[in-house]
Design a protein around this ligand. Structure first.
Ligand code: NAD
Length: 347
C-alpha cells in the first residue's frame, strides 16, 4: 500500500551516497556533518548562507557551498543528487533573539518550504526537519514546575509567537510530503541544545553558553557579579550536542517515525539558578546574582517527555548536564581568551 510505514531496523544510506545538510555553518548542522564524517560517510555537502570563514566548523573532504536557502533556485542546487537532506538552516537564537525578531524567524518558512520541495524533486529518499519545543502550546507552560511536554501537547496550537509557528507549519509541510507525495520525512522537536562549537556571544546564544560566558567574564574582569535574565526560577532541559546528532541519525533512519514529530531533548530539568551554580563550580568562583526581571525569559518552565522516544528507539539523550556544561565552559573559555588576543579558534 502506498505510503505505508514499514516497521523494523534503522535503514541507513551507503557510505558513498550523497547526504546534504542545510545550515551546516551553524552549531548543529556543522556538528552533524562532522558526526557523519566520523561515521565513515564520504559524500557530504554542507550548505550555509554565511561566508565560509564565519562557519563554526568545517570538516575536511566535505563539499562546502555558500548559498541562501530561502531562494528556491539555491535549494535546487543544494539538493541535486541527494539521497538524504537535513534542514538545520533557520534564522534563530536564544529567547533574546526570537522575542525581538519574530518576522525574521517567520521568514525561515521560505527555507523549509523550498528545501522540502527540492529534496522531493531531486528524488531524495529521506528528509529531516529540525523543529523545536517552541512549537508546543505556550498556555500549558506557565508554571516552572511544568509537567514534561509530550508530542500531542502541540495541539490545540498556541505556539511561541513567530519562531514556534514557523516550526509548526514547516512540520505540517513535511507531514504532507509523506502523505501526498510519498517522501519519507522526519521531524524532531529539539529542546535547547548546547555544547562546544555553538553560539556563545553576539546575542543569539542560549542560556547555557550565555551563563558560562558571563561567569568566565566576571572571573576574568573580577567584577564579582553575574547578570541573570528573569528571577532564576525558570526551568528548562538542555541536550548535549553529541546526543542531538546521534538522535537525528536514529530518528531519520527509523521508518516507524516517518512524518511523526518526536521530542529530542534531555529530561533532566534544570533551573537557571542551578545552571549558574554548576557554571560557578566549573569556574571555581562564587558570584553575586543580579536578577534582571524585565529581560526576556520565555515560558516559565519546559521539559521533554521522553516516553515516546524511549518506546520507539529504546534510547534517550543521556549526557548529564553537569558533564556537558563543564565541556562547554572549557571550550568557551578558550574562545574567550583567544578573542582577548584578537584571534578565534576555528575547529
Ligand atoms: P545556528 O544559528 O547555529 O545555525 C543555523 C544556521 O542556518 C546558521 O549558520 C545560519 O547562517 C544558517 N542559515 C540561516 N538562514 C539561512 C539561509 N537562508 N540559507 C542558508 N543558511 C541559513 O542554529 P542551531 O542551534 O545550529 O540550530 C539548527 C536548527 O535547529 C534550527 O532550525 C533551529 O531552529 C533548530 N533548533 C535549535 C535549538 C537549539 O537549542 N540550538 C533548539 C530547537 C531547535
Amino acid at each position: 500500500m502506498k505510503n505505508q510505514k514499514t516497521s523494523g531496523e534503522l535503514v541507513r544510506p551507503g557510505k558513498d551516497e550523497l547526504i546534504v545538510v542545510g545550515g551546516a555553518g551553524g552549531f548543529i548542522g556543522g556538528s552533524l556533518i562532522r558526526y557523519f564524517y566520523n561515521k565513515g560517510y564520504r559524500n557530504l555537502r554542507a550548505i550555509d548562507k554565511k561566508p565560509l570563514p564565519a562557519w563554526y566548523q568545517t570538516t575536511p573532504g566535505v563539499q562546502n557551498l555558500v548559498l541562501d536557502l530561502s531562494e528556491e533556485a539555491n535549494c535546487k542546487r543544494a539538493c541535486e543528487g541527494a539521497v538524504e537532506v537535513y534542514n538545520l538552516a533557520a534564522d534563530m537564537g536564544g529567547m533574546g533573539f526570537i522575542e525581538k525578531n519574530r518576522i525574521e524567524c517567520l521568514r525561515s518558512i521560505l527555507i523549509n518550504t523550498h528545501m522540502v520541495e527540492q529534496a522531493w524533486r531531486a528524488g531524495a529518499r529521506r528528509f529531516f526537519f529540525s523543529s523545536s519545543a517552541c512549537a508546543y502550546n505556550t498556555d500549558i507552560q506557565k508554571d516552572p514546575n511544568v509537567k514534561a511536554l509530550k508530542e500531542s501537547d502541540a495541539y490545540p496550537a498556541m505556539a511561541e509567537r513567530g519562531y514556534g509557528w514557523e516550526k509548526l507549519i514547516s512540520e505540517m509541510f513535511c507531514q504532507e510530503y509523506w502523505h501526498e507525495r510519498g517522501m519519507k520525512t522526519f521531524i524532531a522537536r529539539f529542546h535547547n541544545v548546547y555544547g562546544p562549537v555553538g553560539t556563545w556571544d553576539g546575542g543569539r546564544e542560549k542560556a547555557p553558553a550565555a551563563i558560562a560566558r558571563k561567569v568566565i567574564e566576571a572571573k576574568d574582569k573580577k567584577t564579582g557579579f553575574v547578570n541573570i535574565w528573569g528571577d532564576g526560577t525558570q526551568t528548562r532541559s538542555f541536550m548535549y550536542i553529541d546526543d542531538c546528532v546521534k538522535g537525528i541519525d536514529m530518528i531519520t533512519h527509523c521508518d516507524d517515525l516517518i512524518a511523526t514529530p518526536i521530542n529530542l531533548g534531555s529530561s533532566e530539568l534544570i533551573s537557571i539558578n542551578r545552571l549558574v551554580d554548576i557554571a560557578e563550580k566549573v569556574g571555581g568562583v562564587k558570584l553575586k546574582r543580579n536578577y534582571q526581571l524585565d529581560a526576556p525569559k520565555g515560558v516559565a518552565g519546559r521539559n521533554s517527555d521522553n516516553t515516546f522516544i524511549k518506546k520507539v528507539l529504546k534510547w534517550e539523550p543521556g549526557t548529564p548536564f553537569s558533564v556537558g556544561l563543564a565541556k562547554t565552559y572549557t571550550w568557551i573559555e578558550k574562545q574567550y581568551m583567544a578573542r582577548k588576543k584578537g584571534s578565534r579558534i576555528v575547529e
